[in-house]
Design a protein around this ligand. Structure first.
Ligand code: PAF
Length: 280
């Protein structure tokens, strides 16, 4: 596996692969890789001749400086996992390489950007859009892979690709969970033993709530989930939202909705965790 820190070197490599007629898959990450990321790599390896992963903790998508500072960084381990899992190249740029000057782009993706994570983390999705667009410009992949744990991020990236006619396919990949249901996340490694023991209840409450969809309105399901989370004193819930999967619009009724999803964000000890589950 080749390791690139410079955009020009990565571009040369990509140009050669393209000339050889190879298809290219891109898996953007912020490192601290876990089985969730490796499932994206596995799918990309299966679909493409060449797979490029990026490992870059993107400072402009963090609205909380302490979250950025504490974000886990394990570059050597990441490189070795990527190699073992069949990745062809990894791009690990410095902040200066990605942002020699401040990028002032200001995206507004409308409704899907202003709810949930967008409402709680001002500027977050603008930072994600800037870095993902840059990565798309640098690598010009045929396909790019994103996990459904960050479901709203996935929706925003799909919209960016449509809005700007970016010629690639976005491949959504299902959430990977530990055997106790906890969604894999780089942030899980910051949980202490007691917090880790409680964390599976995040998914357990989602799972329990969606079972009631035939007898509850969306508002009743929301209130039910809030009540259940409220019973776990270590959880500090930021939001529970029940939304249409395509528009991410809040639902007051199940009618006219093809697919609905329940979303949660909460603080557990020092860590902010998110999860989501399809209702139908
Ligand atoms: O999902 C992530 O890890 C990041 O938001 C992404 C897409 C790599 C952009 O920095």
């Amino acid at each position: 596996m080749q390791v690139f820190n410079r955009i020009t070197d990565l571009r040369k490599y990509i140009d050669n692969e393209r000339k050889a007629g190879h298809t290219i898959g891109l898996v953007p990450t912020m490192g601290a890789l876990h089985e969730g990321h490796l499932s994206l790599i596995g799918k990309a390896v299966n679909d493409n001749d060449v797979v490029v992963a990026s490992v870059f903790v993107n400072p402009i998508q963090f609205n909380n400086p302490s979250d950025l500072e504490k974000y886990p960084r394990t570059p050597e381990k990441d490189a070795s996992l990527l190699e073992k899992n069949g990745c062809s190249a990894v791009f690990m740029p410095s902040v200066e390489e990605m942002y020699p000057e401040k990028v002032n782009d200001h995206y507004d993706f409308g409704q899907i950007e202003h709810v949930m994570e967008g409402a709680c983390r001002p500027g977050h999705f603008n930072g994600v859009a800037i870095v993902v667009r840059k990565l798309f410009d640098i690598v010009r992949p045929d396909k790019a892979y994103f996990g459904e744990k960050d479901f709203q991020q996935l929706a925003i990236i799909k919209k960016m690709v449509r809005d700007y006619n970016i010629p690639l396919e976005i491949v959504p990949c299902p959430i990977v969970r530990d055997s106790d249901g906890l969604a894999k996340s780089s942030r899980n490694m910051r949980l202490n033993t007691a917090e880790r023991a409680i964390a599976p209840k995040i998914f357990a409450v989602l799972n329990d709530s969606v079972k009631h969809y035939k007898t509850m309105t969306p508002t009743e399901m929301h209130d039910y989930a809030i009540r259940k989370y409220g019973e776990i004193k270590d959880f500090d819930v930021e939001y529970v939202e029940i939304a249409d999967e395509t528009t991410l619009c809040h639902l007051d009724s199940w009618e006219k909705c093809e697919h609905a999803r329940i979303f949660v964000a909460l603080q557990l000890g020092p860590v902010r965790l998110i999860d989501n589950l399809r209702i139908f």
